[in-house]
Design a protein around this ligand. Structure first.
Ligand SMILES: [Zn+2]
Length: 114
C-alpha cells in the first residue's frame, strides 16, 4: 500500500506548514502526479481520510491533477500523449521512444486553508 505512505507524506507536509502558518483547518489540497506513477486516487483519498483524523486536514478534500503520459519518438520526431505506454510509437510503430511525461512524482500544488 504505496498510497498509505503517500497520504502520510502529504499529512507531514500539511502539519509542518500548519505549525509555520498558524492555520486551523485545511479545506482542500490539490495534488499532482504523472499518470504512470501508479497512484490510485481513490486509495489515496481513503488512506488520507483515515490518517487525517484529528489533524488540521481532517475532512479536507483532495483534488488531483493527473499529468498525461507523453512520449517522444525518435523515428517520426513526434511527441504524443498516450493512455498506455507500451514502449513503441503508436503512429509509426517505432521503438526508439522515450517517456518525457507521466512519471512525475506526487507534489502538492495548492492548499486552501482557514
Ligand atoms: Zn513514431
Amino acid at each position: 500500500m504505496h498510497e498509505l505512505y503517500l497520504a502520510e507524506a502529504v499529512l507531514n507536509i500539511v502539519q509542518e506548514y500548519a505549525a509555520k502558518q498558524q492555520f486551523r483547518k485545511v479545506n482542500s489540497i490539490l495534488l499532482s502526479f504523472g499518470r504512470l506513477s501508479c497512484i490510485e486516487p481513490k486509495s489515496l483519498q481513503f488512506a488520507f481520510e483515515v490518517q487525517a483524523r484529528e489533524t488540521p486536514a481532517e475532512n479536507a478534500a483532495l483534488q488531483f491533477k493527473i499529468l498525461p503520459s507523453v512520449i517522444h519518438c525518435f523515428s517520426c520526431g513526434r511527441d504524443l500523449e498516450l493512455d498506455i505506454y507500451e514502449g513503441t510509437c503508436p503512429e509509426c510503430k517505432g521503438e526508439e521512444v522515450i517517456l518525457v511525461g507521466g512519471t512525475e512524482e506526487m507534489q502538492i500544488i495548492e492548499m486552501d486553508v482557514d
